[in-house]
Design a protein around this ligand. Structure first.
Ligand code: GMT
Length: 349
């Protein structure tokens, strides 16, 4: 098949899933084209079409959404399917492309990922156009049952659940040291302040260090909060696997998460995850098996579990093995890419 993949070119999970999907599809012999504003950091396969959005110095407008629609229309004859990751603005650009091309247009699949449903997509300023664009997609998918239910609630659309996945050959266990880890884009919903609060409580009982991976709006404030503590801020990393291999515990106290790809990468490296019981995280983390779930904001509860993992080697070994096993059993690329391929084929017959 000739497949167009559209994603945001960031280190965010939706861009990572789109580029990994493209790599597996290309390995399976499909022709893969990416449409992005710039080169996605983990892109390794397929043809990249960088979408240039001209700007007018006076008038604000959705230039990128329109430029993407034009680029998709320009290449429509070379494509059987356009699969967009993250609905805003991609699903709308794909719908516009179909208006431009008509009956011969490629089929459109939209995968919703998180805030395109939960916050931004639910905003009354955008909800009608996102709803209309999703309804016009030939198929909508979501990575968890939780997000599929939210898509139904917010937009009235039925989304098929096709899970995210992790390359378990790259994300492999290492030799954990007394290191707590956190990785995110440091936005308020990640509650990075809680990470430091949890760590302060841990330090009262155990000697340890904290490594904070990523960057974003809350970084300066949390660096100030962590001053004087053994905390290292390493910024954005193209490859987080080497850092994860040193971790004993991954802290993920988010306000909400549709899936939590960063947590899955930690699990694949055999790092138990202590997370909030929120969103789709319970579909990834079995409480007390491959990690622990505590209510949002329960920093004492999360610190208690981290101390248990750092001080009980048998418990850590058991949970670390369960973490790796859960990634191997449930979140390998093969079965999820099979489902996407089957979906594309069904739309083309
Ligand atoms: O929705 C966002 O804020 C960004 C988005 C992204 O592009 O990474 O994150 C969402 O999609 C990821 C990949 O499916 C999930 O792992 C994240 O949990 C999800 N973020 C939220 O639900 C807040």
């Amino acid at each position: 098949m000739r497949i167009g993949l559209v994603c945001h070119a960031t280190l965010g999970g939706s861009g990572v899933i789109a580029t990994e999907l493209g790599e597996v599809l290309a390995r399976r012999g499909h022709e893969v084209h990416f449409f992005c504003a710039s080169r996605p950091p983990r892109l390794r396969a397929g043809t990249l079409h960088e979408v240039r959005a001209p700007r007018h110095e006076l008038f604000p407008g959705g230039e990128y959404a329109l430029a993407l629609a034009s680029a998709l229309a320009e290449h429509a004859a070379q494509l059987d399917v356009v699969h967009v990751h993250y609905a805003i603005p991609h699903a709308t650009s794909a719908w516009l492309m179909r208006q431009l091309i008509g009956a011969k247009a490629p089929q459109v699949v939209t995968t919703v990922h998180g805030t395109d449903v939960l916050t931004l997509g639910a905003d009354p300023a955008l909800q009608p156009v996102v709803k209309g664009s999703l309804s016009a997609s030939a198929a909508v998918t979501a990575p968890t049952r939780y997000l599929a239910a939210e898509a139904k609630r917010v937009f009235g659309v039925d989304a098929q659940v096709i899970g995210n996945f992790v390359d378990t050959a790259h994300f492999t266990p290492g030799k954990p040291t007394r290191t707590l880890l956190h990785g995110s884009n440091f936005r308020p919903l990640k509650r990075v302040g809680d990470v430091v609060r949890i760590f302060e409580r841990v330090l009262k009982q155990v000697d340890a260090r904290l490594v904070m991976v990523g960057d974003g709006p809350e970084r300066a404030a949390v660096e100030a909060q962590a001053k004087g503590l053994p905390v290292t801020f390493v910024g954005e990393q193209a490859d987080v696997a080497p850092l994860l291999r040193e971790g004993a515990v991954f802290l993920f106290p988010s306000e909400t998460e549709s899936f939590g790809l960063a947590a899955l990468e930690a699990l694949a490296c055999g790092v138990p995850v202590i997370a909030s019981r929120t969103g789709g995280l319970p579909e990834l983390i079995d409480d007390g098996v491959n990690g622990w779930l505590r209510p949002v904001g329960d920093v004492d509860g999360m610190a208690g579990r981290a101390v248990a993992l750092l001080t009980d080697p048998d418990l850590h070994t058991r949970m670390s093995a369960a973490a790796r096993e859960s990634a191997l059993q449930r979140w390998q690329p093969g079965p999820q890419v099979d489902r996407y391929e089957a979906l594309y084929r069904a739309l083309l017959t």
